[in-house]
Design a protein around this ligand. Sequence first.
Ligand code: SF4
Length: 388
Amino acid sequence: MNRIRVKRLLKKEKQPALFGGKYRFSPYMACGHQCTYCDGRYEKYHVEGDFDRDIVVRENAPELLEQELPRLREHGPVCISSGISDPYQPAEKHLEITRQCAEILSRFDHPTIIHTKSSLVLRDIDYWEKVHRKSAFTLMISLTMTDDGIRDRLEPGASPVEDRLKAIGEFRRRGMNAGILAMPFIPFLTDSTRQIGEFLAALNSVGAQFAIPGLLTLKKGRQKDYFLKELGKMYPHLSMKMSDLYSNEDYYGNPPSGILNSFYRTVEALWSENRMSDLVPHSVYQGQFSLYDEISILLRDMKTLYRKRGINISKLKIASQKYTLWLDKRRTYYARRRNLSYSALEEEIRILALSGELERIINNRKLSEFLCRVINGEVLNYRTLKLK
Ligand code: SF4
């Protein structure tokens, strides 16, 4: 274990979304959950040493969080996560760095998001409930299967399936948001129609509000080599098949597009059959971001939702680009004037909507009327595509 002190903690996300929040930090680097497929091993993430054991602890994270939170100029969720560690990994049990951060966050009014594969998050549920009462708390548990035997081989240090489902159920029972990062499904091991169907039924039984799906990526080098070596020990009959499937050496580690498309077709059918959302619903993220970010996220999701239903999105795309251009300019203006509050930018949007000026900016009357209703607090149902 390597304890370090860092100079800054919170990083602002370029594209806010409930998946990654508006600000992000991680108390740790590397991870004792030891997932065999973890892409934190990829060389370009610069995690040195034994990924499963040489955990880097940012021991002054709570101190910095307390200093930086009051200085944040824009409203938006703080996400405790990183692709290369888990805030509730085994070391957290005795170090309690995430717990100290939870206590600090419970005294502020920033929405918070946690990504984890551990039911240890339940230890701090009282703090998270306080955060939720003041603003909003969203738990995102990473899980893709119901078979705990497979889970034990692929994710030996993470919590059993049952415990992760119970955590989701308990957060939902207490009225908090909770959903699933359903990634990565492993080809030949956890991606059959039967397995995914059972998995979605289990998620529905505990009240998960969404499940964001993704297929295994294997990036060339340490991550891919480690996974194929471990898979060969556990499932020798799959070794060659997997190696062939990922022999295309895609930069992002994806399998060939035909495989990817077929996976997403299966996912789409099963998600729809099980009435599960593959995006974080508007009803979950509404109010967690500044209004101008909420509109950006909504426009992005609408493009995805409409495209999937075969609806022509060319006009939506143009209007959305115009909105982004306008917002970028206004953001630059506010960023350069530190005496201005970003709440004035929210107010600007409300005034633009009321005065009809928004229609001129995005050059789309229908969308502008739609956004006015969103600004007035209506929520888009991602299943019916209707506002309420
Ligand atoms: S929990 Fe996440 S960061 Fe930790 S080993 Fe597993 S995939 Fe990697």
